[in-house]
Design a protein around this ligand. Structure first.
Ligand SMILES: Cc1cc2nc3c(=O)[nH]c(=O)nc-3n(C[C@H](O)[C@H](O)[C@H](O)COP(=O)(O)OP(=O)(O)OC[C@H]3O[C@@H](n4cnc5c(N)ncnc54)[C@H](O)[C@@H]3O)c2cc1C
Length: 483
């Protein structure tokens, strides 16, 4: 029998797999109760949302890292699967816990689960306390003068800037008082989050190291290095000039407030415009969550009704070729293969590949959104959906539909010497730079010298961009006229 004073607090980890700047952890420590650290593998439609295969790999590794951190404090992470309320009830029954703490999430299914849990636990007299931390600003706080949510980014950014600095991040605790007898845990290996036959994630580890320490190291390196000239270089995919922090943010291995604060007081070393530009990207993440929170249909319904009757072609063969990086447009194929190889794609190339799917192939943006969700290790319900809708022209802050990226010119502008293409499309590696983004225009002799047989070693372009562009504009105009 546990005495009142011995009743523990459950610290429910979700997309906040960190000890630094973790408000729920901080509250658990300050309660002076003994702590049970718990992670729940919820069903695919509840809470953390459907888990893609690539992010499952990342989750496995991130949980393992968190577990290692907790061991330094003499504890283990308790793992359990099932409906979150059922799991919490089991742990409460077996441990006598009198309080549950967690950091809030902002995806609509997650909010629904949390609301139900708070009510149920409250009725039982168990305190359920939630805290901010996934975002820098609660989506309910930044509103227009009329008290309505923002629909476009620029006024949102102005409001964010005006609202002052986000709360100061809190340091990781130096001591956590864990319960001596932790409840029984499932085994992480039994969750089978890692691919085995075949192990398609084998190259992920070339560029991704899990864990909080690594996230902080990346942040330090970025601030000391590429942040300078970020504005200039961030669009060049071969440069690795961005922070590469999105996978850590996606599972909360680092907090956005920690990143923001790290970029303070750099005035003497880093030009202000680079810092502002970087912060504006963090603000795009906030804005995406603002949209998801206020417009819960964002991941699956056209934001703009005028896209509802759009005549998508949805050709399965073409979709398959796009997913495999076999479109015949080198910059698109390099991006899609980077995604296969590293579970990541550079932001500029995400835009080009998404535009190609939607506008050159007329394939519904939701097919692309689903594919990215399954293959990106940074898959994020807000940023992914908002970005796809942005490219489709169906979004809140959409690029107009008639802004159709030319994959050849985009490649030549942002990957001028073709280094990015050469890295991810090795069959084109020996092609001279002049033709690297347009191999179909290269003379026979040039192709032969580079060991390329178009249609055999590398595909012919699956559509003619100029014709596809006209087709897309016609489809769009017809939809607009019909609306
Ligand atoms: C079609 C498409 C799908 C996308 N899907 C996702 C996704 O599932 N998850 C995801 O985190 N990002 C997504 N993005 C946004 C962006 O591509 C990535 O956040 C970025 O490439 C991550 O690299 P980084 O951490 O080096 O970024 P940095 O340039 O270092 O930016 C810092 C942080 O700002 C945020 N950020 C940067 N750009 C954006 C953006 N356009 N929208 C929202 N947040 C941004 C990210 O959290 C990023 O880690 C998508 C973009 C497109 C065009």
């Amino acid at each position: 029998m546990v005495t009142e004073a011995e009743k523990p607090v459950i610290l429910w980890f979700r997309k906040d797999l960190r000890l630094d700047d973790n408000h729920a952890l901080n509250a658990a420590c300050r309660s002076e109760l003994q702590v049970i650290p718990l992670y729940i593998r919820e069903s695919s439609t509840a809470g953390t949302g459907p888990l893609g295969a690539a992010q499952a790999w990342w989750l496995h590794n991130s949980l393992e890292s968190l577990e290692m951190k907790l061991r330094e404090f003499g504890a283990k992470l308790v793992l359990a699967s099932g409906d979150a309320l059922d799991v919490l009830q089991d742990v409460i029954r077996s441990s006598g816990a009198k309080m549950v703490v967690w950091n809030r999430r902002y995806d609509p299914p997650g909010i629904a689960v949390d609301t139900r849990i708070k009510r149920a636990l409250g009725e039982q007299g168990i305190a359920a306390k939630s805290f901010a931390g996934q975002l820098m600003h609660e989506p309910s706080t930044l509103l227009t003068g009329a008290g309505t949510p923002y629909r476009t980014y620029t006024p949102f950014w102005r409001a964010l800037e005006k609202s002052g600095e986000p709360d100061e991040p809190i340091e990781a605790p130096t001591k956590i008082n864990f319960v001596a007898q932790l409840p029984k845990s499932e085994s992480l290996a039994a969750w089978k989050l890692l691919p085995s036959k075949p192990n398609w994630a084998k190259d992920f580890a070339d560029i991704w190291t899990p864990g909080e320490d690594e996230a902080h190291q990346r942040l330090d390196d970025f601030v000391e290095g590429s942040l300078q000239d970020y504005r200039l270089n961030r669009d060049l995919p071969s440069r690795r000039a961005t922070s590469m922090l999105s996978p850590y943010l996606a599972l909360g291995v680092i907090s956005p407030a920690r990143i923001w604060h790290k970029t303070r007081g750099l005035a003497k070393r880093v030009p202000a415009e680079d810092v502002v530009h970087f912060r504006k990207e963090l603000a795009w993440r906030e804005f995406s969550y603002h949209l998801l929170y206020h417009f819960p249909k964002l991941p699956y319904a056209n934001w703009s009704d005028r896209m509802n009757g759009f005549p998508w072609h949805n050709d399965e063969k073409q979709f398959a070729a796009w997913t495999r990086g076999m479109t015949g447009y080198p910059i698109v194929d390099a991006g899609m293969r980077q995604l296969w190889r590293h579970g990541f794609m550079h932001n500029r190339v995400r835009m080009i590949a998404a535009s190609f799917l939607i506008k050159d192939l007329l394939i519904d943006w939701r097919r692309g959104e689903t594919w990215f969700r399954d293959t990106l290790i940074d898959a994020d319900p807000a940023s992914n959906a908002a970005s796809w809708q942005w490219v489709a022209g169906s979004g809140a802050d959409a690029s107009p539909f008639f802004r159709i990226f030319n994959p050849i010119l985009q490649g030549e502008k942002f990957d001028p010497d073709g280094s990015y293409v050469r890295e991810f499309v090795p069959e084109l590696a020996a092609l001279e730079s002049k033709y690297i983004h347009r191999p179909f225009e290269a003379p026979e002799g040039v192709l032969a010298d580079a060991g390329i047989k178009l249609g055999i070693t590398y595909p012919e372009p699956m559509v003619d961009h100029a014709i596809a562009r006209e087709r897309a504009l016609q489809a769009y105009n017809a939809t607009r006229d019909a609306a």
